[in-house]
Design a protein around this ligand. Sequence first.
Ligand SMILES: Cc1ncc(COP(=O)(O)O)c(C=O)c1O
Length: 364
Amino acid sequence: MEMTEHAPEIKRMEIEVIKSAVSRVNDVDFDNIPFGKIFSDHMFVVDFLDNEWMQPTIMPYGTLEMSPAISALHYGQAIFEGMKAYKGADGIVRIFRPFDNIKRMNKSAKRMCMAQIPESLFIDGLTQLVSMDSAWVPTQDGCSLYIRPVMFATTAEIKVKTADQFKFVILTCPVGPYYPHPVKVVIEEHYSRAAEGGVGYVKAAGNYGASLYPAKLAQEKGFDQLLWTDAKDHRYIEESGTMNVMFILGDKLVTPSLEGNTILSGITRDSVLRLAKELDIEIEERRILVEEIIDGFKTGLLKEAFGTGTAATVAPIELISYDGVDYKLPPIDSNSISSVLLKTLTDIRVGKTADTHDWMHSIG
Ligand SMILES: Cc1ncc(COP(=O)(O)O)c(C=O)c1O
């Protein structure tokens, strides 16, 4: 099947709704929410068959029946997204930059030869789903509703070829902080996450599967995450496992540029860079040599390092290990640049400060 870049029109926009008989929301301890283990009452499901999107449905969260021959399992046509909804003191639920997530999902779909998802299908499904399960959006500090859109190939055929059937599902789960403490990372000098010409710049499920073994080795040595370097020479910093990375060198914010298409173009990265610019922080998006960071530790030029991502938000890094040596960063406080950026972003997300960028998609 020829995959067009244009999302095909959908047959029926009306979403069928099958409500769960009883809500599970009262069983949840919102003061102790593990990340990604508790799912809200409903999920959104829609199939792509015969070159068309079928009837979209919101149904109780549960298992889906599928053939073990589906090509996602064998040949890895599976992509996903991650975004968050927040509930402010005003009781309004706001989703952060969902139009950017659907754009990136379709970029992933194009690279992985999968059907394009119409923006209206994505946004309508998402809006109705989050609205139905709005009681699941936590209000506790640092908590939110994590939203996981996922699409996978459902053609049941054992043959390496482009699938022509797909399932698109949206799940949601209330979450607390991904990293409840500052992060310890190790610079990866042997394994690679992505190479030029590959799929590092999209959210293909296989990127994450392939990163698990090197990440496990790092975790066994006491690190939370890896800091990936370029696949060619391991000389340039790329990103971390689930977040982009930024450094405060002197009074500049320095972050790896997106050129070369090996790192994910993070929506949090983009937001933080825009907020930093508005705070008159000088920004450099460029290639960053590992040596430059290590020298920064030695000369004191490196003031802060932090990750940015939907799950991780703005996550301070307290330690970077390289070539067997652990380099500790100075402790951060509420005046640190990462703390100021996190607060600025959080205040927009929960409606405490004006959304001048038009980032928030309010529900209901
Ligand atoms: C590999 C990787 N890099 C960066 C990010 C940050 O992207 P975003 O800010 O859009 O969540 C993520 C998380 O989605 C990720 O998985």
